[in-house]
Design a protein. Structure first.
Lengths: 288, 194
C-alpha cells in the first residue's frame, strides 16, 4: 500500500447520535489502516427516504449541497458510512450527470456550483478494495477466531446495482471477505439482502418488527452468534426492533477496529452502546 | 378524457391520461410490465399493501386513478429496490412509487398509514436544523399521530426510550449547522418548484 489514502468524509446524521459508536470505530479503524478521512465542512442531512418520497428536486438538492462542499474543498472522493446516504449521493450524481438542465436547476437550489463528478464510495468498499484484504490480513493483531457472524447488507449498498455499483445484488461478498480477513467466520444465510424495514420504523413498527426478527432468526439458524451491518439505520432497526431474540448487532468497523488493535478504552465505549450487548459473544472467544 | 371500466368492483372511472402522466413524470417504462409478478413475490411489505406492486402497476396502466391514489401501497412500499432489481423488463418501479407519493400529497388524498406525517415531520426537522433530530422527530410524530396514547404499546416504548437514553443514543438538543439559511432556502425553493 505505502501511501496514505485520503478521502472527504460524510458521516451522516445518525453517526452523531444513535450510532456514535459507528463513527468512533470508523475513526480508529481508518487511522489503523492509514486512511485519512477529512470531514466535510458544515455538512447537512441527505434527505433520506423522506426526501425522495415527497419531493424529487429536494431529494437531489440535499445530497448535492454536501457534494458541492466537497468539490469546493477539492475533495474529489467522498467516503460515506451510511448505506442510505450512500445511495442518495450516488443517485444524485447519476441523475445530475445525465441531465444538464436538471443540474443547473439543482445548482440554483443549493446556490453553489456542482459538476456531479465527486466520486462517492462506501467505507466497506474503501477498506476491502482500496486498502485491500491482503493488507488488512497483514495488519491483524487479534484474529477474531471462532466468531461466527452473519454479514448483513440490506438494500442500499447493493440496490439498485446500476447506481450503487457495489457488489452482486443477490449474494454480495464484500463484508464477508472483510470478516474472513480479520479471522472471523462469515456464515451463509438467506437474509443478507432483505430489507430491515427502513423508514417505516415509527409509522409501521409492526412491519419493522417482523422484518428485523426474520433477519435475526435466519442468521442464528445458520449458526451465527451476531450480525454485522454497514449502515446505522439497519443497525438501529435490527438492534431495537428484533422481538423474542437477543442477537447482538455489530458495526463492521467495530470488528475491524478490534482485530486491528484498537485499545480497550476505545472499544469499551463502542460496545457499551448496543441494546443487545455484543460483550458476551466476544468474551466467549476471549477477544476482549 | 374519462371513460368507464367494468372491474370486479363494478363500474369504475378510468382516466387513460393518468398512465401517461405517471410515465412522463417518473420516466419509468410502465408499458413494459407483463405481469410476471417477480416484483410482488420478493416484496417484503406486500403482505400489508392494499394491492401488491404488480397489481398497482396494472391499475396505473388502466388509468384507475382514484383506486391507485387512495391505496396504501406506495406508502407501505419501503423503496428497498428489490422489485426493480429483479424485474426482467427493467421497469423502474420505485420511481413509480415515488411519483405516486408526490401525486397523492399534491391532491391531498386521504391516507391510513401516517407515512406522510412521518416524512413531513422528518423533513421539517431537517429544514430548521440542517440535520436529523431524532428526539424531536419521535416526540412530534408520536403526539401528532396519536401513537403516544396507545396504552398497550406504551410500556415497550418507554423501555426502549430509557435504553436509548442511558446509552447516549438520543441527543437532547436539536442540531445546528452554520449553513442553516442555505438549507431553509433549498426547502422553500423546492417546495415551490417540486
Amino acid at each position: 500500500m505505502g501511501k496514505t489514502i485520503k478521502y472527504g468524509y460524510y458521516p451522516g446524521c445518525s453517526l452523531e447520535t444513535t450510532a456514535k459508536e459507528y463513527n468512533l470505530s470508523i475513526e480508529v479503524t481508518a487511522k489503523l489502516l492509514d486512511v485519512e478521512l477529512v470531514e466535510l465542512e458544515d455538512w447537512s442531512c441527505c434527505g433520506a427516504s423522506s426526501g425522495h418520497s415527497t419531493n424529487y428536486e429536494l431529494s437531489l438538492a440535499l445530497p448535492a449541497r454536501n457534494l458541492a462542499i466537497a468539490e469546493k474543498a477539492k475533495l474529489n472522493n467522498v467516503a460515506v458510512a451510511c448505506a442510505a446516504c450512500f445511495l442518495r449521493f450516488k443517485q444524485t450524481n447519476h441523475d445530475l450527470k445525465a441531465n444538464d438542465e436538471l443540474r443547473n436547476k439543482v445548482e440554483k437550489l443549493i446556490d453553489m456550483p456542482y459538476s456531479g463528478n465527486v466520486e462517492v464510495k462506501h467505507l466497506v468498499d474503501i477498506f476491502a478494495n482500496e486498502v485491500g484484504l491482503d493488507e488488512i490480513k497483514k495488519r491483524v493483531r487479534k484474529p477474531l477466531k471462532g466468531l461466527k457472524l452473519a454479514a448483513y447488507y440490506g438494500c442500499y449498498l447493493v440496490r439498485p446495482p446500476e447506481i450503487t455499483n457495489f457488489d452482486d445484488p443477490e449474494n454480495p461478498q464484500m463484508i464477508d471477505n472483510l470478516l474472513s480477513a480479520i479471522g472471523a467466520e462469515p456464515v451463509e444465510y438467506t437474509h443478507k439482502v432483505e430489507c430491515c424495514g427502513g423508514s417505516l420504523l415509527l409509522a409501521r413498527m409492526d412491519i419493522v418488527v417482523k422484518l428485523a426478527t426474520d433477519i435475526c432468526k435466519a442468521a442464528t439458524d445458520a449458526g451465527a452468534v451476531g450480525i454485522v451491518t454497514a449502515c446505522p439505520l439497519c443497525m438501529a432497526n435490527l438492534d431495537t426492533r428484533q422481538s423474542g431474540t437477543h442477537v447482538p448487532i455489530l458495526h463492521f468497523s467495530e470488528l475491524l477496529g478490534l482485530a486491528l488493535g484498537a485499545e480497550k478504552k476505545e472499544y469499551d465505549v463502542w460496545l457499551k452502546r448496543h441494546i443487545n450487548s455484543p460483550i458476551g459473544i466476544l468474551k466467549a472467544q476471549n477477544l476482549i | 378524457m374519462t371513460t368507464q371500466l367494468v372491474t370486479n368492483k363494478g363500474k369504475e372511472k378510468c382516466d387513460p391520461s393518468f398512465a401517461k402522466e405517471v410515465m412522463d413524470k417518473s420516466h419509468a417504462h410502465l408499458e413494459r410490465c407483463y405481469q410476471c409478478v417477480a416484483c410482488s413475490s420478493g416484496c417484503p411489505s406486500a403482505y400489508q399493501m392494499d394491492y401488491p406492486p404488480h397489481q398497482l402497476l396494472r391499475m396505473v396502466q388502466l388509468g384507475l386513478k382514484d383506486r391507485v391514489l387512495n391505496s396504501n401501497t406506495f406508502w407501505i412500499c419501503l423503496s428497498c429496490e428489490t422489485c426493480a432489481t429483479r424485474c426482467p423488463n427493467n421497469v423502474e418501479i420505485v420511481l413509480v412509487m415515488d411519483q405516486l407519493r408526490e401525486m397523492a400529497l399534491k391532491e391531498n388524498r386521504k391516507d391510513s398509514t401516517h407515512l406522510p406525517l412521518f416524512h413531513n415531520t422528518f423533513l421539517s426537522m431537517v429544514k430548521f436544523g440542517g440535520k436529523t433530530y431524532e428526539l424531536g422527530l419521535i416526540m412530534f410524530y408520536m403526539v401528532k399521530s396519536g401513537d403516544l396514547f396507545k396504552i398497550k404499546e406504551l410500556p415497550s416504548l418507554i423501555k426502549l426510550g430509557i435504553n436509548m437514553f442511558t446509552r447516549g443514543k438520543l441527543a437532547i438538543l436539536p442540531p445546528h449547522i452554520k449553513g442553516q439559511a442555505n438549507i431553509k432556502r433549498i426547502f422553500e425553493l423546492s417546495e415551490k418548484t417540486g
